[in-house]
Design a protein around this ligand. Structure first.
Ligand code: GH3
Ligand code: MG
Ligand code: MG
Ligand code: MG
Ligand code: MG
Length: 302
């Protein structure tokens, strides 16, 4: 998730009049990538694919009018982050209020004035960039840069439902640093934090395939969402994680397991069925983690 700067922004113009599209495009060209659609339905399709920061939306259009398009955008969680600016010749106070009440962030009157259009677009691209940045921060763990637990929980719920619909296997890995209390006791909390960052770096490296998501679950515990992973792949991944974390070679002389930092990993996967819950999947991973600890640590248990 990157905060868009004005140069990287995408602006979608939806208008059933080709002359207006040409005029508006010329006015905003320097402020981002400009896309256009000549109907509301086509505009929504493009918005889904291209996720524009800003949509300049005509009110009067044949078929789906601007209000209907704006309403559809507000209702769609994938589109909600696009800001809508209405562009309309209806310049009454009532019309302006109706546009804002429909969920638009602003209103540009016709006939178009290039300087006004550019100023409004510039302002809203700046606001959109700030919102995207805040959004990213709200999802991030401050110490490790991984996703935080709140974001993980929301993604787990979404992915669990999606995997149930598509009858696909969803895997989880819970990772817990071994004897970390002793590490803090030996080296202090600050170096403990540095250790967690290094471990998180390995976990991030191991979760780069599409759909994989790594988060700090709390304290010295991490969680990774592994879509479409079977039993054998879980074992391979768990082995890899334990080996890579050990290979960081972070000295931990007081640990009974090994004289360096290690972690235990609990893994599980299932094709969610009716009545199954994400909480139960997490619980299964937690049981596997418990077994990894009990049977000697520094190992995966599937
Ligand atoms: P086990 O092998 O059974 O997991 O032992 P452990 O010592 O790792 O487990 P325990 O749950 O007893 O201790 C976890 C420790 O992690 C205690 C806590 O102070 C430390 N911890 C939790 N969050 C942080 C953090 O953000 N930074 C640092 N430095 N330490 C943390
Ligand atoms: Mg029109
Ligand atoms: Mg723990
Ligand atoms: Mg514990
Ligand atoms: Mg621990």
């Amino acid at each position: 998730m990157t905060a868009a700067t004005p140069g990287e922004s995408t602006i979608l113009i939806i208008d059933d009049n080709a002359d207006t599209i040409r005029l508006l495009s010329a006015m905003v060209r320097g402020q981002g990538r400009v896309l256009f659609a000549t109907s509301g339905a086509a505009g929504i399709d493009i918005a889904r694919l291209q996720r524009p920061q800003l949509i300049l939306l005509d009110v009067e259009m044949a078929g789906m009018d601007g209000f209907a398009v704006c309403d559809a955008i507000q209702r769609d969680p994938d589109l909600r982050s696009s800001a809508v600016i209405f562009v309309t010749a209806q310049s009454t106070a009532e019309a302006e209020i109706a546009c804002l009440d429909a969920g638009a962030v602003d209103f540009i009157p016709k006939p178009l004035n290039a300087a006004v259009v550019q100023a409004r677009v510039r302002t809203h691209l700046r606001l959109q960039a700030a919102l995207a940045k805040l959004d990213g921060l709200a999802h991030q763990d401050g110490l490790t840069g991984l996703f935080n637990r709140r974001y993980f929980d929301s993604q787990l719920a979404t992915e669990f439902a999606r995997h149930r619909r598509h009858r696909m296997s969803l895997g989880l890995a819970l990772i817990d640093v071994d004897h970390f209390k002793l590490y803090n006791d030996r080296y202090g909390h600050q170096q403990g934090d540095a250790c967690l960052s290094e471990v998180a770096g390995v976990i991030r490296d191991g979760a780069r395939r599409p759909g994989e998501l790594a988060a700090r679950y709390g304290g010295e515990e991490f969680v990774v969402l592994l879509p479409n992973t079977d039993h054998a792949a879980l074992q391979t991944y768990g082995d890899w994680l334990c080996r890579r974390i050990a290979a960081l070679n972070l000295a931990h002389p007081t640990a009974p397991t090994a004289p360096y930092v290690t972690a235990s990993v609990g893994l599980c996967a299932q094709i969610p069925g009716e009545g199954d819950t994400a909480e139960a999947l997490l619980h299964t991973a937690d049981m596997a983690l418990y077994e990894a600890k009990r049977s000697g640590r520094n190992r995966p248990v599937v």
